[in-house]
Design a protein around this ligand. Structure first.
Ligand SMILES: *Cc1c(COP(=O)(O)O)cnc(C)c1O
Length: 418
């Protein structure tokens, strides 16, 4: 890989090398990250990137589509089979544009959306005032029960009945628990709203059957294909058969241009790979590792939001340790553990400071880390939290972190030899 880039642009080639080195050396625990298998990189860089096409297989706007049609049909068949879905659109470019596809499919300007509060884990595209799209719709938000730190279904139901939204959204970026899709589907049905689940974070766990799938319950299920799905930087949207035409129109021409055939091919590979025992075992271990970290951090005196996790991520309340999310993120980054600061439910701190961090287990699990190493990471995290400014302790922690991760190569040796 990169043979021609090395010849023509050594500056960029060096930056790729530098980034590879950074990823190899780091304990990567950003919950939205994962490592793509090499075929995903190969296909993302394949000649399919040269082909411009709009429309759908059998109904394209440009000539020369017969191979592309085979790729898209193959990807669709595999995705439907893997997720047991009635319909899927795999043209969308990302999790963000997947959501836009659904909005374009079923909403008109001024329509009302009921979604999870953004400071409790909802995504920017679910109605953040900072997102340009939010101005077109009316947004209402449901939140958490302060006791359980999980979705307050009673509040959700009350709001749905009072507000009569056109669309109800479930799913978020830092929600560590299972969601009762059936219950929300019932609420949506009762008020005549469409129900969409944004499974961007958990698609890999769902594909592997490690956690319940929203697909039987929701009208639409949008997703990124990065994150736990470990595939190309792209997206996908599932729907009930009855909404297939709406979804396809909302995607193209509703919200996208020409297809990205190269990432589509990479996704097709992943739809096959995600059905293998190898992928299932990784996803099972992701959940075991997340639970292990949650338990160990609890043992070290951290408070884990909602008391634990059912998926690949956890949110940790740092107030008991007397440090903020910002300080902890910075101190961990300095020793080679990458996490991100994150608001905890009802956080007294600003979003730029926060009282918590969000930690994800996908990348480290792909590298082969199991319970023993996760316990080691919890112990390092605890030393950092107790001594965030002590140079000597931090130096020791950095050495320990590097020693720990060095035994687990990011990619098999020789993968990137030119
Ligand atoms: C990450 C995320 C998205 C956006 O996905 P991208 O592929 O980054 O555009 C959408 N929704 C949720 C809940 C997410 O976590």
């Amino acid at each position: 890989m990169l043979k021609e880039t090395r010849k023509t642009d050594p500056t960029l080639a060096e930056l790729v090398d530098e980034e590879l080195h950074r990823q190899e050396q780091n304990i990567e625990m950003i919950a939205s990250e994962s490592t793509v298998p090499v075929p995903v990189m190969e296909l993302s860089g394949s000649v399919f990137t040269n082909k411009t096409l709009e429309g759908y297989p059998g109904a394209r706007y440009q000539a020369g589509s017969h191979v592309a049609d085979k790729v898209e049909r193959l990807a669709i068949e595999r995705a439907k089979e893997l997720f047991q879905a009635e319909h899927v659109n795999i043209q969308t470019y990302s999790g963000t544009s997947a959501n836009y596809s659904v909005f374009a499919a079923v909403l008109k300007p001024g329509d009302k959306i009921l979604s999870m509060r953004l400071d409790q884990g909802g995504h920017l595209t679910h109605g953040s005032p900072a997102n340009w799209m939010s101005g077109f719709y009316e947004h209402r938000f449901y939140g958490f029960n302060p006791e359980t730190e999980q979705i307050d279904y009673g509040e959700l139901e009350r709001m749905a009945m009072e507000e009569n939204p056109k669309l109800i959204i479930a799913g978020g970026s830092s929600y560590p628990r299972l969601i009762d899709y059936e219950r929300i589907a019932g609420i949506a049905k009762g008020v005549g709203a469409y129900f969409m689940v944004d499974m961007a974070h958990i698609a890999g766990l769902v594909a592997a059957g490690v956690i319940p799938s929203p697909i039987p319950h929701a009208d639409f299920v949008s997703s990124s294909t990065t994150k736990t799905f470990c595939s190309a930087r792209s997206g996908m949207v599932f729907s009930k058969k009855e909404h297939a035409k709406l979804l396809d129109r909302g995607t193209f021409p509703g919200s996208l241009g020409s297809i990205h055939l190269h990432t589509m091919a990479a996704k097709a590979w992943s739809f096959k790979y995600a059905a293998t025992d190898e992928f299932k075992e990784i996803m099972e271990q992701v959940v075991i590792n997340a639970r292990t970290l949650s338990r160990e951090l609890g043992r070290q005196g951290f408070r884990v939001v909602s008391g634990g996790t059912d998926n690949h991520l956890l949110v940790v309340d740092l107030r008991g340790k007397g440090i903020t999310g910002k300080v902890f993120q910075g101190a961990l980054d300095g020793i080679g553990i990458t996490v991100n600061k994150n608001l905890i439910p009802f956080d007294p701190e600003k979003p730029s400071i926060t009282s918590g961090v969000r930690i994800g287990l996908t990348s480290v699990t792909q590298r082969g880390l199991k319970e023993e190493e996760i316990i080691g990471i919890a112990e390092i995290m605890n030393r950092v939290a107790d001594n965030p400014k002590d140079e000597n302790v931090l130096k020791e922690c950095k050495e320990d972190a590097q020693k720990l991760i060095a035994r687990f190569p990011l990619y098999p040796e020789g993968t990137f030899m030119d």
